[in-house]
Design a protein around this ligand. Structure first.
Ligand code: RB5
Length: 150
């Protein structure tokens, strides 16, 4: 399986305090695997507001400065709701491997949102690998994506 995003650009990552421990581990893991990473914080376990980190992460993906995004918070709902306010962002909440695959195949998601309080770190890693190596299927799914904007 090969990387389906633009490998010349870094991967964007952001989180709140609930995702901080997983983000720290994921940044290290991605760098060890040879990927470039742009880390939008947060940078400690102190309580913060997830939009302050989800917005800049989503902006970087929307502007094409980064190739895809990873967002983490407790449930992943806060970061997903925030990121999906950005035109051209399709942020999908993933909690099992098959969801990560279909979120790429059907939704052409460009941000994976991971509920750090409800999935194991190894599952988060598996989902990220599947997300970044699964191609969009296009066709009827593109027709549906075209109907998303308000
Ligand atoms: C933080 O306690 C929690 O509310 C946040 O991480 C997230 O789950 C919100 O959607």
């Amino acid at each position: 399986m090969s990387f389906v995003f633009d490998s010349t650009k870094p991967i964007a990552i952001g989180c709140d305090h609930a995702g901080f421990a997983y983000k720290t581990a994921l940044v290290k893991w991605l760098i060890e695997k040879g990927y470039q990473v742009k880390d939008f914080g947060t940078f400690s376990a102190d309580s913060v507001d997830y939009p302050d980190f989800a917005h800049p992460t989503a902006s970087s993906v929307a502007k094409g400065e980064t190739c895809f995004g990873i967002l983490l918070c407790g449930t992943a709902n806060g970061v997903a709701i925030t990121a999906n306010k950005h035109p051209d962002i399709r942020a999908g909440l993933c909690w099992q491997n098959d969801v990560a695959i279909v979120t790429r195949q059907h939704n052409n998601a460009n941000i994976i949102c991971i509920p750090a309080r409800f999935v194991a770190l190894v599952l988060a890693q598996q989902m990220i690998e599947l997300f970044m190596t699964t191609a969009f299927e296009g066709g009827r799914h593109q027709t549906r994506i075209n109907k998303i904007p308000c």
